[in-house]
Design a protein around this ligand. Structure first.
Ligand code: GCV
Length: 665
């Protein structure tokens, strides 16, 4: 047998119990020969056979021996779009749904429940997605590299060509199994060959890809170069209000949809980090987004427009400019003018995926605009999939945050799902952490973030622990005690990472460019707007009404809370305030002592994670065990380096000794 070139992550089923009766399939209201239903039945067959040993018999072809149970798939209007109702009994299992995606998700629910220990007859769940759009954003480049990729090369692109192979299908299966319904395959920084994805050069392959995805309920999206009229159209402008430019886009989008009718639409990074955009022509972000929205509308397409717009050529001497303000400053004013097939995609925090940031004030700050939450499961600033960092608790905090944008239904989860404003478009997107490594995510344990993001975007009420337990049960099938150990490791990991890296919400302090490992002043005198402003007396950025005024971008309750160091949540203190090292925190410790203590603790706790992992040695498949163990060795080096550099830096700045007299350099 050929050796597996890649793992099946949580879809690698093993026998859970021995089922007693084979199954047949009965369809009521759904046609058997559509690809999505065929795939759903395929997944049921594979899942139930591998998990319980029973077969799914094709009664038209196979010889039937003895009684059969029935997988009965029924169409009903009583289940919301993409939702499902599954119920097991002694006669079999029923899946009810109003559409094909619902059937597919219902089947994966059955498999999940059985893999997590239920018997087929006990299966029961009713669910429908919290968010209309649940998307993965790949930052894959066409040469095969991945921007901020920590798990090998792209499995979509190589040498400027699109790859389609068995891995593509497995990828689609993974995504469908966690409820993902849209995938952007290429980097938002669209350059070189990627600008030509919207030309005849790539249509054939994109069509095949869109079909493979479509058969698993996933719509293909592309990142778009706003300057396409110039770069591939030979024009000298891409001014979104120019008649010729609009005409160019009309022709282009028609050409695209003639060839790619299944395309969901485009993701656009404009006027950001050197990418072209409407600002060049004195136009607003809304001018750019709406022009494309109008052009794509006849085809049912959508434009997802990123709000990651800020001045990346800032003078560090200037304390008045504040990068954190930029998103709100650029986008809030045009609230209500964005067209209904345009969605603004907003990073969870106002800076850039740090281990701790406040929630972006744009989320819910916009009241009449479709909004989508963007998070990053690629661990750019959170340990490069070397360090263990289970991010679902961070995403939960964001989703649960009360924006106060409305008297009720005011959390971020409410806003992006469309519940607050009643809009049909919105949802969640993650910058994905996959590559062509054997285990897809570099660190096998980072697959918990991939799995977790999908599950959470489908059901924002799920707890971090529930998701972790599901993922563990599906991936490793550990005895209870060991499952508890792994679950606890995941749940502790974010806080541990936070403790040994940058303190109390200040962020950054990372090695420039790579963003792994410490460099306390690495970004302090740079153009990127990412400063900690430490001197010999204190540290932090004054973002209050006396500082940059960023805190005032929130609705009153939050603005007041953040504005005052006494009410500002401690974990964000240095994000909002410049604080003396001698300031006494609510814990009774001084700020400087907190920095020392948390860094010593963080390093120690990271060591404990590695010990915990060792305790699972005989229960985790050997290769996976060794891969992760190597990562922990690297994590410990990293934690130690962070601890010592940060502590030494602040000891040297402040001249204040550690009360516990530990070694600081
Ligand atoms: C795709 C950060 C990253 C960039 C990324 C950018 C973005 O700045 O470091 O690599 O570019 O975010 O989100 O567009």
């Amino acid at each position: 047998m050929e050796e597996a070139k890649w793992t099946k992550m949580w879809l690698d089923y093993h026998r859970i119990y021995d089922g007693d009766m084979d199954f047949k399939v009965a369809l009521d209201g759904f046609a058997e020969d559509t690809a999505v239903i065929a795939n759903a039945i395929f997944e049921f067959r594979k899942g139930i056979e591998e998990l319980t040993g029973v077969k799914v018999i094709d009664v038209r072809k196979d010889r039937v021996i003895g009684n059969l149970k029935t997988l009965s798939i029924k169409k009903t209007d009583s289940v919301p779009p993409e939702g499902y109702r599954v119920a097991g009994s002694d006669d079999g299992i029923t899946v009810e749904a109003s559409d094909e995606r619902g059937v597919l998700y219902g089947i994966f629910s059955i498999i999940r429940q059985i893999a997590c220990g239920k018997r087929a007859e006990e299966v029961a769940e009713e669910a429908s997605p919290s968010n209309p759009l649940r998307m993965m954003n790949h930052w894959d480049n066409m040469d095969g590299s991945i921007e901020r990729g920590y798990s090998g090369e792209s499995f979509f692109f190589e040498k400027d060509e699109i790859i389609i192979n068995d891995r593509t299908r497995d990828y689609a299966r993974f995504m469908a199994s966690i409820g993902i319904n849209g995938v952007v395959i290429n980097n938002v920084n669209v350059k070189g060959a990627a600008s030509y994805l919207i030309t005849d050069r790539y249509f054939d392959r994109l069509e095949s890809l869109s079909e493979i995805f479509g058969d698993y309920g996933i719509r293909l999206f592309l990142s778009l170069n706003f300057a396409s009229p110039i770069e591939i159209g030979g024009m000298d402008t891409c001014d979104p209000l120019d008649r010729e430019v609009i005409k160019w886009w009309e022709d282009k989008i028609k050409e695209i949809y003639d060839r790619l009718p299944l395309l969901g639409g485009f993701l656009v990074k404009a006027d950001s980090e050197g990418r072209p955009g409407p600002f060049t022509y004195g136009r607003t972000q809304a001018d750019g987004a709406n022009m494309l929205g109008d052009v794509i509308k006849p085809y049912g397409g959508i434009i997802i427009w990123r709000c990651f717009v800020y001045n990346c050529t800032q003078d560090w001497r200037d304390t008045k400019i504040d990068r954190a303000r930029a998103g709100y400053d650029y986008f809030k004013e045009q609230d209500g003018t964005y067209h209904d097939n345009v969605i603004l995609q907003i990073k969870n925090g106002p800076m850039d995926f740090q281990i701790r940031e406040p929630v972006s004030p744009l989320l819910g700050g916009l009241k009449r605009t479709n909004q989508m939450l963007e998070v990053q499961i690629a661990q750019e600033y959170t340990g490069h999939q070397i360090d263990l960092c289970y991010l679902i608790p961070l995403f939960k905090e964001v989703l649960d945050f009360h924006t106060f944008c409305s008297p009720e239904k005011d959390t971020v989860a409410d806003v992006v799902s469309g519940r607050t404003m009643g809009n049909a478009l919105g949802g969640m997107a993650a910058v994905i952490n996959t590559g062509n490594d054997i285990n897809w995510t570099g660190n096998d344990l980072a697959a918990a973030n991939l799995y977790g993001f999908g599950r959470l975007s489908f059901d924002t009420e799920l707890s971090s622990e529930k998701i972790a337990r599901e993922w563990i049960a599906m991936t490793y099938r550990l005895p209870d005690k060991e499952a508890d150990i792994l679950c606890s490791m995941l749940l502790r990991s974010r806080e541990i990472y936070e403790k040994y890296t940058s303190p109390l919400g200040i962020g950054w302090m990372v090695t420039p460019n790579t963003h792994y490992g410490p460099s306390v002043d690495g970004y302090e005198y740079s153009r990127w707007g990412t400063y900690h402003r430490a001197d010999h007396l204190g540290i932090g950025v004054d973002r209050t009404d006396k500082g940059t005024g960023y805190a005032q971008q929130y609705y009153e309750q939050n603005a007041e809370m953040y504005n005052d160091p006494a009410t500002c949540p401690q974990e964000l203190l240095l994000f909002f305030h410049h604080i003396p090292y001698t300031f006494e925190l609510k814990t009774g410790k001084t700020l400087i002592q907190h920095i020392y203590d948390s860094h010593f603790e963080g390093e120690e706790e990271a060591r404990k994670l590695a010990v915990d992992w060792d305790s699972l040695k005989d229960l985790i498949p050997e290769e996976a065990f060794e891969r992760v163990k190597e990562r922990f060795d690297l994590q410990l080096d990293n934690a130690r380096e962070w601890r010592d550099q940060v502590n030494s830096y602040f000891f040297r700045k402040s001249g204040i000794a550690d009360k516990k007299g530990r070694t600081i350099y």
